[in-house]
Design a binder for this molecule. Sequence first.
Ligand code: MRU
Length: 360
Amino acid sequence: MKIKVDGQTVERRAVWWEDGKVWMIDQRQLPFRYSEVSFSTPAEVGQAIKDMVVRGAPSIGVAAAYGVALDLVCCEQLFTENEMGAFLEETFQALNTRPTAKDLTTALDIVGSTIQKVFRDEGMERAREVALEAARWFDNETVRSCELIGEHGAELISDGAKVLTHCNAGALAAQDYGTALAPIRKAHEQGKGLFVYVDETRPRNQGARLTAWELSNEDIDHRIIADNAAGFYMSKGEVDLVIVGADRVVANGDVANKIGTYEKAVVAKENGIPFYVAIPWSTFDPGIASGEDIPIEERDDEEVLTTFVELDGKVQRLRCSDPSSQGLNPAFDVTPARFVTGYITPEGVLTAEDLAKRLS
Ligand code: MRU
């Protein structure tokens, strides 16, 4: 993605490997301040994922993949096969700090199994090299998938369309292009006029802070709306289609995504508005039959009771609720497949039946 920093445009992914460290754009500081941070151990990367320095399912996956590489590249020990298994297991536990995003375990499975195979066949030295190669492959594959999602999804956006999106499913969340934002970017590039309603996405305001920042960077016309305003615009016929990303799509097509997605999907159906879910294959979880079994992350209620503001040049949290009350903070909800018009994938726009066929 292209980012304007101090009057200059730089090209960055959300997460990258440089000088033997894992680097991230610090998403907690945006849009007020652009900063980059680096991490040297899997435990640090796991903590950064938990604290949401990096967030968004595909970017979390890439961070985890590089986290494994970090451990192998820096470790000078020579292992037996059993020791390597235990070593990787410990690394995975340090990195697996958010339960809903499927991409995280997809990345760990892919990188882990590649390392194990090469370790068995070619030994420790080659396993070290391949750890980084596998993480880079996962990173590039994420970007390539999102570019394809953009191409297929742009066909759904006609000139002059008004699109509503929830949370941030942009380049920050998926290394580059984004999932839900990829079709929007592509349609804009193709010269189509379009307008985006950006749900603010309480409690962490990923829409108001991150999606709006990405759209501003690319001069894509948009307005931030209160989460509660989405139904108002949908009922007025002001929204042509809704596109969201996902943290996990399971075998029957049920979708876990940022809290509030379910409500948008129900209101879209009520108003005859198409509702699309954009996903790379790393988000698809054929091992879970239906949405009921998706693990939903419960986060600290401080996120609900406070809000982020910029004060004295720093991003700070201020209380915005009754000081004697506590909150509840489920980070995701599940939208049943019957509310989803189509899944925008790297292979095209598919139905839930198409997803099921992919399994057989
Ligand atoms: O809690 P977050 O900010 O990690 O939640 C992110 C989302 O819900 C995104 O919509 C989802 O990961 C898709 S990202 C391409």
